[in-house]
Design a protein around this ligand. Structure first.
Ligand code: GSH
Length: 212
C-alpha cells in the first residue's frame, strides 16, 4: 500500500491510525503543502480533488479519509472500527461526521488561506475563525461522548471506533491552534487515553518521515 500523506494533514492522520490499527504495512509518499505538491499535475492524476490523503490499495486509488477507512473496515474487518449493531454504528458515524464534516472542512488549509488572501484576515482573524468552529463542533460532541462513552477511554462504549480515529487528530490540531479545551473534559480524557495507544502514537505528525 502507498499512502499519499503529509505529516500535518489531519485527514491523513486518520488514515495512518486506521492502517496501524488494522496492522497494514504501507509506504508514505509525502506531498508537502508548502511546496504545493498536492496541486501538481502528477498528483491531480492520482487524486483530482488535490487533497491529502489518497491510498493505493488492492490495485486502485482511494480518496477521502472516511471512504478509505470504511474500505479498510470492509476488506480487513479485524479489529473492527465499528460496533456490531446498526444503532451503535449510526452513533459512531454521527460522531465521526461531526468532526469530519462540521469542523474539519471549515478549518482546512485552503479555507484559512482563502480567509487571508480574499478577506484580508491576519493571524488573529484566522485563529479566531479556527477556534470558533472547533468550539461549535466540540460543544455538541462533548454532550454525545458524555452519553455514549462508558469509561472516558473511547467515544462510544468501551471499544475503539472510527469516532476515536477522527477525534485524536482534531484534538491534536485544536491544541496546535491553542483552542481552549476546558469545556470538553470528556473529549480531553478520551484523547489522553487514545494517545497511549501505539497505533495512535505511531501516526502522530511529529514522528512521520516527512515531519519538519
Ligand atoms: N474530506 C477530506 C478532506 C481532505 C483534506 O482536506 N485534506 C487536507 C489536509 S487535512 C488537504 O489536503 N488540504 C490541502 C489544502 O487545503 O490545500 C478527507 O477526509 O480526506
Amino acid at each position: 500500500m502507498n499512502l499519499y500523506t503529509f505529516f500535518r494533514s489531519s485527514a491523513a492522520f486518520r488514515v495512518r491510525i486506521a492502517l496501524n490499527v488494522k496492522g497494514c504495512r504501507y509506504e508514505s509518499i509525502s506531498k508537502a503543502f508548502a511546496k504545493n505538491e498536492h496541486r501538481t499535475t502528477e498528483y491531480l492524476a492520482i487524486n483530482p480533488q488535490g487533497l491529502i490523503p489518497a491510498l493505493e490499495v488492492d490495485e486502485q486509488v482511494l480518496t477521502q479519509s472516511l471512504a478509505i477507512i470504511e474500505y479498510l473496515e470492509e476488506t480487513r474487518p479485524d479489529p473492527p472500527l465499528l460496533p456490531s449493531t446498526p444503532a451503535a454504528r449510526a452513533q459512531v458515524r454521527a460522531m465521526t461526521l461531526a468532526i469530519a464534516c462540521e469542523i474539519h472542512p471549515l478549518n482546512n488549509l485552503r479555507v484559512l488561506n482563502y480567509l487571508r488572501q480574499q478577506f484580508a484576515q491576519n493571524d488573529d482573524g484566522v485563529n479566531a475563525w479556527y477556534r470558533h468552529w472547533v468550539a461549535e463542533g466540540f460543544k455538541g460532541l462533548e454532550v454525545m461522548v458524555q452519553e455514549f462513552s462508558k469509561a472516558k477511554r473511547y467515544c462510544y462504549g468501551d471499544a475503539l471506533s472510527m469516532a476515536d480515529i477522527a477525534l485524536a487528530p482534531q484534538l491534536y490540531n485544536a491544541r496546535r491552534f491553542k483552542c481552549d479545551l476546558s469545556a470538553y473534559p470528556t473529549l480531553v480524557a478520551i484523547g489522553e487515553h487514545l494517545e497511549t495507544l501505539p497505533a495512535f502514537a505511531a501516526a502522530r505528525p511529529e514522528v512521520q518521515p516527512d515531519a519538519v
